[in-house]
Design a protein around this ligand. Structure first.
Ligand code: ATP
Length: 246
């Protein structure tokens, strides 16, 4: 039990969720390492949504709302940290959720499918009963794509994606929106829109903005997208790191 008055309470709660996901068997051990790396970057941006992330979130939401087939990808970390928040974003933006694991096993996929079901989301894509396509023709478990989801998607939100998979999706012609605390990761560098923020803050904020943007017309949304430059925004994100100012 983490005492609520602990100065690192929020961070420890997240760490506990990630550890429990590993114990429950749906998060790979490397998922815990990825979380630790994320914690470091989060510490350095002051554990808050910085302005550049806010701008990227606005561009991301506008892109999702204008997409023909947007898909929200989830893995073990996102499930552990933001399951209900992901469902809310999916409902608000009419986007399906697809399981997309770097270390895909039937057991992990079944556990994640069940968790989403338990939280009221019944038709998750990328499950073991789904009709899956493999991007690289050989049946590489890292390269799955649901024929109703990622395979036909034009825009994919990938919170916490690994660089290899991001590259695979990009090569397949998809527009990639990532949420990644590391602005220097291969995923952040190759995405079309990189949100340098923690998934636990970024996803609910995306839902809030989607609620507001749904009432706006296409010109308004397109204008937000046209005024966003990912390269400049990543540079701005890097400047938010406290270490740069020491
Ligand atoms: P790449 O292959 O893209 O260069 P990587 O090898 O660092 O990245 P992983 O080890 O899979 O990729 O780590 C995933 C990324 O997710 C890391 O950059 C980490 O900073 C980030 N990350 C971890 N936890 C969170 C979180 N809660 N919210 C957002 N990003 C996170």
């Amino acid at each position: 039990m983490i005492p609520k008055n602990h100065p690192r309470y929020q961070s420890l709660v997240l760490r506990d969720k990630v550890k429990n996901a590993f114990m429950e068997g749906y998060l790979a051990d490397t998922g815990m390492i990825a979380h630790g790396r994320g914690e470091t970057f989060d510490y350095l941006i002051g554990e808050k949504t910085v302005d550049s992330a806010y701008n990227a979130i606005e561009a991301a939401v506008a892109t999702i709302l204008l997409a023909k087939h947007p898909v929200l990808s989830v893995n073990g970390n996102t499930t552990a940290l933001a399951l209900d928040e992901m469902i809310e974003l999916a409902n608000e933006t009419d986007s399906p959720i697809e399981i997309n694991l770097f270390y895909r096993t039937d057991d992990r996929v079944d556990k994640i499918s069940q968790l989403f079901k338990d939280h009221g989301y019944n038709n998750i894509l990328g499950s073991n009963t789904d009709d899956l396509y493999y991007f690289d023709k050989i049946k590489n478990p890292r390269a799955t794509a649901s024929k109703k989801g990622i395979y036909i998607a034009d825009v994919i939100l990938v919170p916490l994606e690994d660089g290899d998979r991001a590259e695979l999706l990009k090569t397949a012609g998809k527009k990639i929106i990532c949420i990644d605390l590391n602005p220097l990761s291969r995923t952040s560098q190759m995405s079309d829109i990189s949100i340098v923020d923690n998934v636990v803050r970024a996803i609910p904020l995306m839902t809030k903005i989607a609620r507001e943007f749904k009432n706006k017309d296409e010109v308004f949304l397109q204008n937000i997208i046209d005024n966003f430059n990912n390269e400049d925004n990543l540079k701005e994100s890097l400047n938010s790191f406290k270490i740069m100012k020491l």
